[in-house]
Design a protein around this ligand. Sequence first.
Ligand SMILES: CC(C)(COP(=O)(O)OP(=O)(O)OC[C@H]1O[C@@H](n2cnc3c(N)ncnc32)[C@H](O)[C@@H]1OP(=O)(O)O)[C@@H](O)C(=O)NCCC(=O)NCCS
Length: 163
Amino acid sequence: MRARPATPAEGPEIVRIYNQGIEERIATFETRPRSVEDIQAWFDGAYPTVVVEDNDEVLAFATTSAYSPRGCYAGVAEFSVYTAREARGRGAGRMAMQTLIEAAERAGFWKLVSRVFVENAPSRRLLRSVGFREVGVHEKHARLDSVWRDVVIVERLLTVSDP
Ligand SMILES: CC(C)(COP(=O)(O)OP(=O)(O)OC[C@H]1O[C@@H](n2cnc3c(N)ncnc32)[C@H](O)[C@@H]1OP(=O)(O)O)[C@@H](O)C(=O)NCCC(=O)NCCS
């Protein structure tokens, strides 16, 4: 297994893995399956996206996106991580997150944040194991398939080199 920055060539494999997670209803409030066109902006260079592959097959990805349009929060990025259903439990998610953390540090971000469904034990454990802190719980933060869901806010400070 090895991790590297994602390129548009991995778009179809990333979308396949993302849509598995959307379908499972454990990872995200999103319910609409995504297309390669939907994720084109992930490769524009502003926010790091990484893939983990084995024998030229993408097993997992982790990606960052804007946290807030406010300038004061420019160094905070949201993130998510997905491993292909058939590749889980082999360390790909951890490798994706470790690589994303390094990429985000190099890109000058000072913090990664996300929200995780309280029931998503694999994600909570993975994120704890790569240094995330659980800040607290947003109760009834949004509805998924008409059901109100609670989410845990997670954050990890990054190592920034001050100019
Ligand atoms: C969460 C997810 C990314 C984990 O990826 P993975 O590649 O299976 O994880 P890894 O094999 O790298 O395991 C890393 C750690 O996660 C934890 N973990 C992974 N699967 C787990 C499970 N089924 N139950 C409990 N903990 C689990 C373990 O702590 C593991 O460390 P360990 O090997 O020391 O026990 C994967 O389950 C997934 O894609 N889920 C659907 C999408 C999702 O929920 N994404 C998170 C939303 S931000």
